[in-house]
Unconditional design. Structure first.
Length: 503
């Protein structure tokens, strides 16, 4: 039994943190869990070779395309409501995918998973940033969230290999069901349901359509470069269309009274700088997973389960570094961990770039894995804290959606671009030496991406906190705008405003 209200609140906060962490884990897990199961899926369902990649790509397409909409919906309808709805959609589509009998059924289920993830991910972060509003508790909460995100991405390869080899490919989808159920139970215990909030703002339907269409076209154009190439008509049409639609989105948002994305938010050096840093770091992280996995399988000849197990040191280093990052930044600026973290990750990737066809796990993979994982662990939790610094509670979902969009788009664009770099070096050869050279070049470029992330942390992010109150005006929030929406949880006090937040 709880002895007083403080104990109850602490218990609920812990349950909410656990719910958000578990949800983020399963969303990240599904970014990688199907990769090593693709051959088994192809044989079981009869996928055509050119269609098989859509099992991976359609999740990235719908996830990235709907993130901004999911983030703004958190602010309009309440993060708990979106969190639960997203998990229900994600779980239902996981079940449908596990029971799929035809290729189109699995692709449709993966698309639905992406939509559910686009609601769940920003809602999870918004719940954390509006509950843990300041101080060491906020940093620790974001550290747990970031650690579970990294763990899910790294364990996705291991889980996919083990489940495919010992239980069958359908379990890479069905394994989500108990995880989703656990998150739903935890959020029910943490945040009791409330009556539907009274909204005074009309949803920005045109902005939602343009944002979803523009980011969807961008992801579509990028992920199809593995088949069509960057110079093909299809790719250029998708990327050109994306640029036009996103330009229209910016124009619409600059005039909207209740925008999907308040452009003034990007005047904050914390928000804009952290999102740019996350874009670069995610491009490096996703690419490192992709090329190291290919090196282990295509060059060193490891099987699916062994390849997954090779990522365990990365998991351990990332989790340990995330814990360290929360302690470092509990009373210091996020820059304190971001700069050394990005530099360590760059050093690890430069070490990875020395791989050879005659190497091995102990000589070519273990050392750089540990160094890179420590660097990445030091980056993402402080970056999440920086990207939501000074953001009003009523825009927590907006900022969370923007951060998750930066991460998702960075990963997609990074992998697609560096795959082209590797392919140009390798050519049509399947010789292990040629493949190793191509992968090494791509990994060297990822080192440059992490160096750029370190430069953003040094030159863009503010140095010191600023205790002035958070801004209360800006596009969509001025005298003629509608009042803020009422959330389905009590509004937390504004987070401490940091230097670089626009007034």
């Amino acid at each position: 039994m709880y002895r007083n209200l403080g104990d109850v609140l602490r218990g609920r906060r812990a349950a909410l943190l656990a719910a958000a962490a578990v949800a983020q884990f399963v969303v990240a897990l599904d970014m990688a869990v199907v990769n090593v199961a693709l051959p088994a899926i192809r044989d079981a369902l009869g996928f055509a070779p050119l269609d098989l990649s859509w099992v991976v790509h359609v999740y990235a397409l719908t996830f990235g395309g709907f993130l901004l909409l999911g983030g703004r919906a958190c602010d309009l309808y309440g993060p708990r409501r979106l969190f639960v709805a997203g998990l229900v959609v994600f779980g239902a589509c996981s079940l449908a995918g596990g029971l799929a009998q035809e290729p189109w059924q699995l692709v449709a289920a993966r698309a639905g998973q992406g939509v559910g993830a686009a609601a769940t991910a920003p809602a999870a972060l918004a719940l954390l940033t509006t509950t843990f509003t300041d101080g060491p508790a906020r940093v620790r909460a974001l550290g747990v969230w970031s650690g579970m995100n990294a763990l899910g991405g790294a364990l996705g390869v291991l889980a996919g290999g083990v489940l495919t080899q010992y239980a069958g490919w359908r379990w890479v989808m069905l394994v989500n069901l108990p995880i989703v159920a656990a998150a739903l139970v935890l959020v029910h215990a943490a945040v009791p349901s409330a009556p539907r909030p009274v909204r005074r703002e009309a949803p920005d339907a045109l902005g939602a359509l343009l944002a979803t269409g523009g980011t969807g076209l961008l992801v579509f154009g990028v992920v199809r470069t593995d088949v069509q190439g960057w110079g093909s008509r299809g790719t250029l049409a998708a990327l050109g269309g994306s640029a036009l639609v996103l330009a229209a989105f910016v124009l619409v948002e600059s005039r909207a009274t209740s925008p999907l994305l308040r452009l003034g938010l990007l005047r904050s050096r914390w928000v804009a700088g952290a999102d740019l840093l996350v874009f670069l770091a995610a491009a490096g992280q996703f690419a490192s997973f992709y090329f190291v996995s290919l090196y282990l399988q295509q060059v060193l000849g490891l099987g699916a389960a062994a390849t997954g197990a090779a990522f365990l040191p990365f998991c351990a280093g990332s989790v340990a570094a995330t814990v360290a990052a929360t302690r470092i930044t509990a009373t210091r600026s996020p820059r304190t961990a971001l700069v050394p973290g990005a530099l360590l990750a760059a050093a690890g990737m430069a070490w990875f770039a020395r791989i050879s066809p005659h190497g091995g796990f102990l000589t070519d993979v273990l050392g750089p894995s540990l160094l890179t994982s420590v660097g990445i662990g030091l980056v993402f939790a402080p970056a999440a804290a920086a990207a939501t610094t000074g953001v009003r509670p009523g825009e927590a979902g907006m900022a969370s959606g923007l951060l998750n969009s930066a991460r998702q788009l960075g990963g997609c664009i990074g992998v697609a671009t560096l795959a082209t770099v590797a392919a140009r070096r390798t050519g049509a050869s399947t010789d292990p030496g040629a493949l190793s050279d191509g992968y090494a070049l791509a990994l060297a470029v990822t080192a440059v991406l992490f160096l750029l992330a370190a430069a953003v942390a040094v030159f863009v992010l503010p140095r010191r906190p600023d205790r002035r109150p958070a801004p209360s005006t800006g596009p969509g929030t001025g005298p003629g705008a509608a009042p803020p929406a009422v959330a389905d949880t009590p509004a937390a006090p504004p987070a401490k405003r940091m230097e670089g937040t626009p007034s």
